[in-house]
Design a protein around this ligand. Structure first.
Ligand SMILES: C[S@@+](CC[C@H](N)C(=O)[O-])C[C@H]1O[C@@H](n2cnc3c(N)ncnc32)[C@H](O)[C@@H]1O
Length: 231
């Protein structure tokens, strides 16, 4: 059973190595996926974005670089992840446009209808209640606003799925353990990826939360998806 306190501690523990490992393990493909998310959001002049579970701020920085978003807000419950992000935001000169705060995705500290675009990347699978997480994100969206979710999915082709599960279960925790000294954190991350929902189930929750114009974009043959919906 997932517990919020354990998850925030886990991310605090791996924060200093998170970016390095992410980029190494994905061969930088995660960067391409974040860019795609920003492009699909079609942010226009003056719009305001919220990135939930922002971690080390890669999605926010990508919005600052590639879009004309006026302000980008981020929220995460791991102080250490936010601190790594804060350094990157400062170094790249985006401190005026990006504002982060510590908080829980399941109880967002923002009023109803505050944002034009809400995103979450590789965060949804960590939430203790996926529906509640999506419902909160929909609540803070303006009418007509766009929600975008980026998350891993189980590969559809059986043989690839078998290798993928082997990699997640046996290889990833070993590499993660060697490079960070936190093998149990990478065991959790592996389990959270293999235990996450099928794309159809994610779309059903989005529909149940009242989102319209639903679309899903398969990445790398379905290893991950970007889900899109309008309020
Ligand atoms: C795998 S990281 C993803 C970070 C970032 N979005 C990215 O694209 O790399 C997941 C993040 O979600 C945060 N998180 C998990 N559950 C949360 C919750 N209930 N409220 C706020 N943040 C949460 C963790 O602290 C962590 O920073």
């Amino acid at each position: 059973m997932k517990k919020s306190g354990n998850i925030s501690r886990l991310f605090d523990d791996i924060a200093s190595r998170y970016d390095f490992l992410n980029h190494v393990l994905s061969m930088n493909i995660d960067t391409i996926w974040r860019r795609r998310l920003v492009d699909i959001s079609r942010v226009s002049e003056g719009e305001v974005v919220l990135d939930v579970c922002t971690g080390t701020s890669d999605i926010e920085i990508c919005f600052a670089k590639r879009s004309c978003a006026e302000k980008i807000f981020g929220i995460d419950f791991s102080r250490a992840m936010l601190e790594v992000g804060a350094k990157k935001i400062e170094e790249r000169g985006y401190a005026e446009r990006i504002k982060n705060s510590m908080g829980d995705a399941l109880s967002l500290p923002f009023g109803n209808g505050s944002f034009d675009v809400v995103t979450i990347g590789f965060g949804l699978r960590n939430l203790t209640d996926y529906s509640m997480g999506i419902s909160e994100m929909v609540r803070v969206l303006k009418g007509g606003g766009r929600l975008l979710l980026l998350e891993f999915a189980p590969p559809k082709i059986k043989i690839i799925n078998v290798f993928y599960r082997f990699y997640l279960k046996r290889i990833l925790p070993i590499i993660g353990g060697i490079l960070t000294g936190k093998r149990s954190a990478y065991e959790y991350l592996s389990d959270s990826i293999s235990g996450f929902l099928e794309p159809g189930e994610v779309m059903r929750i989005m529909e149940a939360e009242g989102l319209k114009k639903l679309e899903s974009f398969a990445l790398m043959g379905g290893m991950a998806y970007i889900y899109f919906g309008e309020k």
